[in-house]
Design a protein around this ligand. Structure first.
Ligand code: OOG
Ligand code: NI
Length: 414
């Protein structure tokens, strides 16, 4: 085809906006969170002359990440094909089964990989797949029944995926098809009105609330959509003052007066949402589920491998805030000199922003919003899940975040 009217990045921006509008209609507390985030950012910019050091206020205000969860390898492959039409590619492999309190999923994040694309629109989606092959969480009988349930559903229709593949290879689409394509893509993540099978959902919940959220229902949905703020401590206090109960702590590095690194996140639990249930006698009743929540994040400078080792060591301390200054210098100059963080062309006034996630925070965010824990059985893990398994399954290279930061650091700021 001739040059597309609507480019991939414009489709990505529209997709992010469509999901935001849809999620706001589904979860009203999200709209409150976005409003408070915008107020925090406005006030921060007004009082901090260097507020733009981690990104323009336009980018930060428009910035969101989403989280979705799927059940089967084929579903993950469809997600990869769909997101490629928005210029979002898999970056990083996160194994949340390895967390101190395990969650039975393996994950990646779909996002733009080039700094210039991130600058145009940085939308990213943390995507998790249920680890049904891992015998520590699913015995053979349950695994068989979950896989059978999953094989009967179809999260994305084949026309949508075929259109996505075409758009990805054409680098965009015609103006008259863009709106419809974005609307159909967003609709695939809407909360289903189909009744939930009460007994099946309850059986899965007993094993893992995440398993129920993923495989207890016939479709997938946005689990959360996260705005970015420039001062997450301020956000936390403002939300608490509005009577919204936040989780106990901000996840990730502590607040301090030196350069912010990586990612700090916090969340609140969404209110019960109305859902319809199919009971044992086939009657449909009204009920509620509390699964979805609101999350917010603040991003800092990306750490090098050496910086990340420091980070992990500091976080392993009983009180990271108390010892942070023993691990990290107080200025970007020193961070750059010691090779702890990425800066564009070595210029300490030009941090490279961290664009990825943190497995410990991710596991913490997952779990803080669940009612029940998952017990892992003491059997060997024979699932074979790892980054190579995932890459082979979806038929795509999974980018190493460090390779991307190395490349970005060679470039002038976008
Ligand atoms: C994903 C949790 C991970 C984050 O921001 O670390 C995540 C989920 O709950 O599905 O979104
Ligand atoms: Ni998240």
């Amino acid at each position: 085809m001739s040059a597309p009217d609507v480019e991939i990045w414009q489709l990505r921006a529209r997709f992010a906006a469509a999901l935001s509008a849809m999620y706001g209609a589904e979860v009203p507390a999200y709209t409150t969170l976005v409003e408070v985030s915008e107020a925090v950012n406005r006030d921060f910019v007004a009082t901090h002359p260097d507020a733009g050091r981690l990104g323009s206020i336009e980018r930060v205000t428009a910035e969101r990440h989403g989280a979705i969860r799927v059940g089967a390898p084929g579903e993950l492959t469809d997600v990869a094909d769909l997101f490629a039409a928005f210029g979002m590619y898999p970056v990083g492999y996160y194994d949340l089964r390895e967390a101190a309190s395990p969650v039975p999923v393996v994950s990646t994040a779909f996002r733009p990989v080039a700094a210039s694309e991130l600058a145009r629109n940085p939308f990213r989606v943390f995507t998790s797949m249920l680890a049904t092959r891992d015998g520590r969480f699913f015995d053979a009988d349950l695994r068989r029944r979950v896989d059978e349930f999953l094989s009967r559903r179809s999260l994305f229709n084949s026309e949508l995926i075929a259109d996505a593949r075409r758009i990805a290879s054409d680098g965009g689409c015609r103006a008259d098809t863009a709106e419809d394509f974005v609307a159909r893509a967003a609709a695939a993540f809407a909360l289903s009105r189909e009744p939930v099978d009460r007994a099946w959902y309850a059986e899965l919940t007993a094993v893992s609330a995440v398993a129920a959220d993923i495989a207890g229902v016939p479709t997938t949905h946005i689990n959360h959509l996260t705005p970015r703020v420039l001062d997450i401590d301020d956000l936390y206090q403002r939300m608490s003052r509005r009577g919204i109960t936040m989780i106990d702590a901000i996840q990730g590095p502590p607040r301090w007066d030196g350069p912010d690194v990586l990612l700090r996140q916090t969340s609140f639990r969404a209110l019960a949402e109305p859902r319809r249930f199919r009971e044992a006698d086939s009657l449909v009743t009204e009920g509620t589920l509390r699964v979805r929540f609101g999350e917010v994040e603040a991003r800092g400078v990306a750490l090098t491998r050496k910086g990340r080792e420091r980070y992990d060591a500091a976080m392993a301390s009983a009180d990271p805030a108390a010892v942070w200054g023993d691990y990290f210098p107080r200025s970007d100059d020193e961070m750059a000199t010691q090779g702890l963080a990425y800066y564009h062309r070595g210029d300490p006034s030009a941090p490279v922003v961290y664009e990825d996630f943190l497995p410990t925070s991710a596991a913490g965010i997952f779990r803080s919003n669940l009612d029940t824990d998952t017990e892992a059985a003491a059997v060997p893990d024979e699932s074979g899940y790892d980054i190579d398994w995932m890459a082979g399954t979806i038929g795509r290279h999974i980018h190493d975040p460090y390779d991307l930061y190395d490349a970005t650091a060679q470039e002038a700021p976008a």
